[in-house]
Design a protein around this ligand. Structure first.
Ligand SMILES: Cc1cc2nc3c(=O)[nH]c(=O)nc-3n(C[C@H](O)[C@H](O)[C@H](O)COP(=O)(O)OP(=O)(O)OC[C@H]3O[C@@H](n4cnc5c(N)ncnc54)[C@H](O)[C@@H]3O)c2cc1C
Length: 599
């Protein structure tokens, strides 16, 4: 099995050379986040991912979690790794100093979260869920709630969950039934069942803070009647000391296709003590803070799987020998040439490589936008970043996870039959990453969010904010004839994107199903164009470095060659997406539901 290596060099290329993070951090007031400090932190994070988490990845898959009488035991080594994670100060990195954090930017911890997930997706879900819980408390908790719950979460001695899903509702949260009745001392008693709750029960922390969506008595129907609550596993007094066990129990855990080391729990709330967060009936609004970050986090999980699959496939393709190269022997001392000489193997590897690097640029750009929305003092700059983030979040979530299905499948394919065999680790990656297109809102739901809610809902304004950035960039490099071809390709895609959006809007005015029919193809189209824009920018930076006489010629050459692959073979995928979008909804909707059974 290939040993996971944290992609430090490529991450630094994106943060420093492409997106100018050193300046970005200074501008936002993170004077401490110097290049030296970032590199030192990255180096420690890489060691943690490679030496502590990666060796537990197969263990988690083999052992899974076990449930007994409501208690969950995580796989061997998971608890110890979590202890080391806490000792290393990782949970507190990007939280405010006032609540015990280290006051470093969100993008710093999230860019490294890719490596933790790439090394061990299941393990990384425990701290990942806690981050969501912390962001919700940070944004909507009272001072007392922050003191009692947030500080322990930031410290890492407690972990958190997000409890949304119920047996009859996942995407359509308006139907949720869990109820919360007012009780003494301003508390509530929460009753009902939540399913599929990641990290709902485990043995890694002293307490678990559940953030739960439920309805108050007389709440309006639908999404306008949902409130948000804290339900701790162990009750806590006003000073944050654990008192007794709350009446929330894990009824069972799911047996599932992948991420077996991550406990997916049925949680039964039986008049459990609950504390309201934010205003009554505004729970979904509070939850959006968490949801947006969780969606970026899930996209990053997809990216991490692409990275790991690429590392495995590349190493195997350099090692495995089959046949001779079509252009003559390349490995005269061996019985055959390594399979990396074959064009089709290169097609798979370059698809992985183009997505690994292009998707990383997009993900880290979104993290940069999150930094701006959280810390900029300039309202105009903040507003633009919010608009870009609103548009790009569903794209990051869905595009990075959908493309991870292809890249992890290629991870197996490059290994031939060995890819299907457990010991190489490739099939685990494909199984583990399969969930990413489903949880945190399926691809279908992200696509509707993008096209209907964000783009049509803003009458195209959100799209214009981002496409203006792209157009301005293309105009700024117009004199650079070397890149005209790619720059023109991106510009004409942007024009097409805007026109297509208008056309869909017009047809949807007559038939709302046109939006749903176009949505996923539209999202994937948006993803290919957006990543194309980042490939154009990366190519320009790479050429500048080569012109300046860099000592890393191979690194930058490889960027230019991968850019060419992207423009020739991947951006062109938009052609079939445009055809599908333009074909409209009739071919999907004309068949009577009963007729699906015939034929
Ligand atoms: C391993 C795992 C971990 C999870 N962790 C958590 C967690 O920690 N907390 C939590 O609350 N939940 C969690 N979930 C639940 C997850 O978020 C939901 O499964 C997901 O949101 C989808 O909901 P659903 O399963 O009810 O599918 P449904 O909502 O029933 O959807 C079924 C299908 O219909 C499609 N669909 C539905 N409505 C539309 C529409 N309007 N237009 C187009 N297509 C539509 C969907 O895209 C999907 O393909 C987890 C699930 C799993 C499997």
């Amino acid at each position: 099995m290939q040993n996971y290596k944290a992609p430090q060099r490529d991450t630094l290329f994106v943060t420093n050379e492409l997106l100018g993070f050193e300046k970005h951090y200074q501008k936002l007031g993170f004077e401490d986040a110097t290049d030296d400090l970032v590199r030192a932190i990255y180096s420690e994070a890489a060691k943690f991912a490679e030496n502590i988490l990666a060796p537990l990845n197969a263990v988690g898959d083999d052992e899974g979690c076990t449930w007994k009488d409501g208690e969950v035991t995580t796989p061997t080594g998971f608890k110890e790794a979590y202890r080391q994670y806490v000792e290393g100060g990782w949970p507190s990195m990007s939280h405010p100093i006032e609540v015990g954090g280290q006051g470093l930017p969100y993008s710093l911890s999230t860019s490294m979260a890719e490596w933790f997930s790439g090394a061990n997706h299941s393990w990384a879900m425990y701290p990942g869920l806690s981050q969501g819980c912390m962001e919700t408390l940070k944004a909507h908790g009272t001072e007392q709630q922050k003191k009692v719950y947030l500080e322990k979460l930031v410290e890492g001695s407690w972990t958190g969950t997000m409890c949304l899903t119920e047996p009859h509702c996942g995407s359509d949260l308006g139907m949720l039934k869990c109820k919360a009745e007012p009780a003494e001392d301003g508390l509530y008693k929460l009753t009902g069942t939540k399913i599929f709750i990641s990290a709902g029960e485990h043995d890694m922390s002293d307490n678990i803070v559940h953030i739960v969506l439920a309805r108050l008595p007389d709440a309006p129907k639908g999404t306008k009647g949902i409130s948000l609550f804290i339900v701790p596993k162990f009750n806590v007094d006003a000073d944050g000391n654990i008192t007794d066990r709350n009446t929330v129990k894990c009824g069972s855990i799911e047996h599932k296709m992948g991420i077996k080391g991550s406990a997916t729990c049925v949680m039964n709330f039986d008049a459990a003590n609950a504390i309201l967060i934010g205003e009554p009936n505004r729970g979904l609004n509070c939850m959006f803070v968490f949801m947006n970050m969780a969606r970026i986090g899930t996209g990053v999980e997809g990216l991490s799987a692409t990275e790991a699959a690429f590392q495995g496939a590349l190493s195997y393709a350099q090692d495995r020998t089959q046949f001779r190269s079509l252009t003559g022997v390349k490995n005269p001392d061996g019985p055959a040439d390594p399979i990396i000489v074959h064009p089709d193997v290169r097609r798979m590897l370059l698809t992985q490589k183009a997505l690994r690097e292009g998707n990383r640029a997009l993900a880290i750009y979104c993290m940069q936008m999150v930094d701006v929305t959280q810390y900029s003092q300039d309202p105009a700059e903040k507003q633009i970043a919010e608009a870009k983030l609103a548009l790009l979040t569903p794209i990051v979530k869905a595009f990075l996870t959908e493309t991870a299905q292809e890249t992890t499948s290629y991870g197996m394919q490059v290994y031939g039959g060995h890819g299907y065999i457990k010991e190489w680790g490739m099939e685990q990656l494909a199984r583990d990453t399969r969930i990413c297109t489903m949880y945190e809102g399926t691809t279908g739901i992200q696509a509707i969010d993008l096209l209907a809610r964000k783009i049509m809902g803003s009458k195209g304004e959100l799209l214009k904010v981002f496409t203006t950035e792209i157009k301005e960039y293309c105009a700024s490099i117009r004199d650079n004839s070397q890149f005209n071809h790619w720059s023109n390709a991106i510009e004409s895609h942007v024009d097409e994107w805007l026109q297509m959006t208008q056309d869909i809007g017009l047809s949807a005015a007559n038939n709302p199903e046109e939006l749903g029919a176009a949505s996923v193809d539209y999202l994937m189209y948006s993803g290919y164009v957006t990543v194309g824009y980042f490939w154009l920018k990366m190519a320009v930076v790479a050429q500048q470095k080569l012109d300046e006489g860099t000592s890393e010629v191979d690194f930058y050459q490889s960027k230019l060659q991968t850019a060419q692959f992207y423009f020739d073979r991947m951006l062109t995928r938009t052609r079939s997406l445009v055809s599908a979008i333009n074909s409209g909804s009739e071919n999907l909707m004309q068949m009577d539901a009963d007729n699906f059974f015939h034929g």
